[in-house]
Design a protein. Structure first.
Length: 330
């Protein structure tokens, strides 16, 4: 193959990869998309749905009542659609609306700052996703004969947190600690509660444990702040990397991720779920390894690579924790 052909192939591959990243809502995307439906999907950042969908799985496991029947599979699929495309899609679209000035600095290829979609179209999308999510949440409550609309209340609470996280005057993301924890708990606790409530009875033990687990989610949320340090600093947003500097924020991040997973593992030992506890402890080890190889070395350059390498072990730990709680009848 000639050098010119190789160069063309590389450019084509890079362009295709960039287009995919654009559609998924990932860092390092391309601009120039013209399909309105693809632009709407990009606003919803599909890559961010995965943790929420996984949280539903963990909640179903912790309920101890999930069985592989067609009815349960369909209920779980509907719950994943609620937590992922609808509620997370709503959350991300709201965030895109109110972050358009920051994105114009950090990620000018995003749909709103690039002018690919108008503000009225974005607002319509927000309302459609929210109403569809609340309707499906209530439908799930009805489907499992809830006397109290638990899932609808979780959806209402989550949508409110999502709004005040991004929108003024509260704009929780301006507060490094509060905003980051709100994001972390939304990714771990809320979908977990939803999956648990769908197949069991949500109780205070599950609520508290998942809120503790959400401190590990706080660490993951900090990772997401490194890509927007420049814009956050320019607009006065107090993300942890802006408040403490990149190096200190990276250490806060990894300590939160590791310590609270180890704490959950210790709780599993306390309730005599020793096998599951050992698995959770073991899954922390590769996360520490990747933290040292990538993240602590250069958080700004390796944030995405670190997430791709280490987060699968975090989410596996969540699942085994859910299985342990379900087995223990918590």
């Amino acid at each position: 193959m000639s050098e010119s052909s190789s160069t063309k192939l590389d450019k084509s591959d890079n362009s295709g990869n960039s287009k995919t990243r654009q559609l998924l809502g990932m860092k390092g995307a391309a601009s120039g998309e013209t399909s309105l439906w693809k632009i709407r999907l990009q606003l919803m950042k599909p890559i961010t749905w995965i943790p929420l969908i996984w949280g539903v799985v963990c909640g179903a496991a912790s309920s101890g009542n999930f069985s592989w029947t067609l009815e349960n599979v369909l209920l779980a699929a509907a719950c994943m659609f609620l937590s992922g495309p609808l509620m997370t899609g709503y959350t991300q679209t709201v965030n895109e609306l109110y972050d358009r000035e920051i994105d114009a600095i950090n990620e000018p290829y995003r749909p709103i700052p690039s002018g690919a979609i108008s503000l009225p179209q974005v607002k319509v999308q927000i309302f459609v996703l929210l109403l569809a999510g609340l309707a499906l949440a209530y439908g799930l409550d009805v489907a499992v004969d809830h006397d109290f609309p638990t899932i609808l209340c979780i959806a209402l609470g989550g949508s409110f947190i999502a709004y005040i996280y991004s929108a003024p005057p509260l704009k929780l993301k301006q507060n490094g600690w509060l905003g980051t924890y709100a994001l972390g708990s939304s990714y771990i606790a809320l979908p977990w509660w939803t999956g648990h409530a769908l197949f069991g009875h949500l109780n205070w033990t599950i609520v508290i444990l998942t809120l503790i687990y959400s401190f590990a989610g706080l660490g993951i949320a900090i990772v997401n702040d490194f890509k927007s340090v420049e814009g956050d600093r320019a607009l006065g947003l107090k993300s942890l990397p802006v408040m403490f500097g990149v190096t200190t924020a990276a250490w806060i991040c990894v300590i939160a991720i590791d310590i609270f997973q180890l704490g959950i593992g210790s709780y599993l030992v306390a309730i005599h779920e020793n096998i599951y506890a050992i698995i959770v402890f073991c899954l922390v080890v590769p996360q520490i390894v990747f933290q040292n190889i990538y993240f602590l070395k250069n958080p700004l350059e390796y944030d995405v690579k670190y997430q791709a390498s280490a987060q699968p072990f975090l989410v596996l730990g969540m699942l085994f924790t859910g299985l342990a709680l379900g087995h223990a009848g918590i």
